[in-house]
Design a protein around this ligand. Structure first.
Ligand SMILES: Cc1cc2nc3c(=O)[nH]c(=O)nc-3n(C[C@H](O)[C@H](O)[C@H](O)COP(=O)(O)O)c2cc1C
Length: 305
């Protein structure tokens, strides 16, 4: 379709369309590349990277739930050095913006990871995961604490010129307070939401279905919660928001944008339909055409309340 501009801006980062692949659901991009042309997506967010490799939690690490899934992977990843040596070469062959997601168990580790990764030109922005519910150190310990989130934001910003997106936890009472701190400390954007803490039990063994006992709930089950969090941030803080949570179809993308999202990330749906991102970008383009919208960014925050 001619004349429809799907591009959006997150700080100084321009994306050709607002659909990004969410952290932890497409690894480092190589497996999903067998199914879709990654050049057509808005961008890829890597699996959370830590300074050293992490094995993650023992199995069972995932279980299906009604309209969703629980995962307690525990941030298994190759670490920044192996990422730069072995994973970046593939990602460089794709013309899609690369956002590196970083997880850590101390402020110093967030800073050190960012300092190392920022030297790689191909990385266009950072998403800082302060909200993983599945690890003992870091994760929610930070994500639940306003001053920790502020300190991580300002410390990471001090070592990179690239946009810094802070990924917020929904497991707090007022998510907009966290977005406010991110803005005050110089963060460029927030992404919301990470998974919600949940659990599931086997009624015959009376044991939890996942080794970690609790896990992070994702998928369509969390979409109304995620939308409410995006709306809350949008109504209270002037900061770019990337909406995440239960998006499975193009209508969901539009709904998130109306509630204030500049862009979205899609996660669990990639396991069900790896072509979802492409189908959504085609869908939103048709929607714009039908609705007489020439620039998709005009939809952001256009709620009528
Ligand atoms: C299997 C799995 C692994 C995930 N790993 C990460 C991760 O490493 N870092 C992170 O920030 N989020 C991680 N997430 C959270 C997603 O990026 C996303 O925030 C969440 O799943 C909600 O979106 P969805 O409902 O579209 O899946 C993971 C989610 C799943 C399902």
């Amino acid at each position: 379709m001619k004349g429809i501009d799907l591009s959006v801006k997150i700080g100084k980062l321009t994306l050709k369309n607002p659909i990004l692949l969410a952290s932890g659901t497409v690894g480092y991009g190589n497996e999903i590349s067998e199914f879709i042309d990654l050049e057509k997506i808005g961008g890829i967010v890597t699996k959370s990277l830590s300074l050293k490799p992490r094995k993650g939690n023992p199995p069972q690490r995932i279980t299906e739930t009604a309209s969703g899934m629980l995962n307690a992977i525990g941030l298994a990843n190759v670490g920044v050095e192996v990422f730069l040596k072995e994973k970046i070469p593939f990602l460089k062959k794709i013309n899609a913006p690369l956002i590196c997601n970083i997880a850590a168990s101390s402020v110093e580790e967030y800073v050190e990871c960012t300092r190392i990764l920022t030297t790689e030109d191909w990385i266009k922005a950072f998403e800082i995961n302060v909200s993983c519910p599945n690890v003992k150190e870091g994760g929610l310990e930070f994500g639940n604490n306003l001053s920790a989130v502020g300190k991580i934001t300002s410390s990471v910003k001090a070592v990179t010129d690239k946009p810094v997106i802070i990924k917020l936890s929904p497991n707090v009472s007022r998510i907009s307070d966290f977005a406010k701190v991110v803005k005050e400390e110089g963060g460029d954007a927030v992404s919301a939401i990470n998974t919600l803490v949940g659990t599931a039990f086997n009624i015959w063994t009376r044991k939890p279905k996942i080794y970690n006992i609790t896990g992070g709930l994702s998928g369509p089950a969390i979409k109304p919660v995620a939308l409410a969090k995006v709306l809350e941030i949008s109504r209270n803080v002037d900061i770019p928001i990337i909406g995440i949570g239960g998006i499975t179809k193009w209508e969901d993308v539009i709904e998130f944008m109306i509630c204030g999202a500049y862009a979205v990330e899609i996660g669990t749906v990639n396991f069900i339909n790896p072509r979802a991102a492409i189908e959504m970008s085609e869908g939103i383009e048709k929607y714009c055409e039908q609705a007489g919208i020439t620039e998709i960014k005009k939809i952001t925050g256009s709620y009528q309340i």
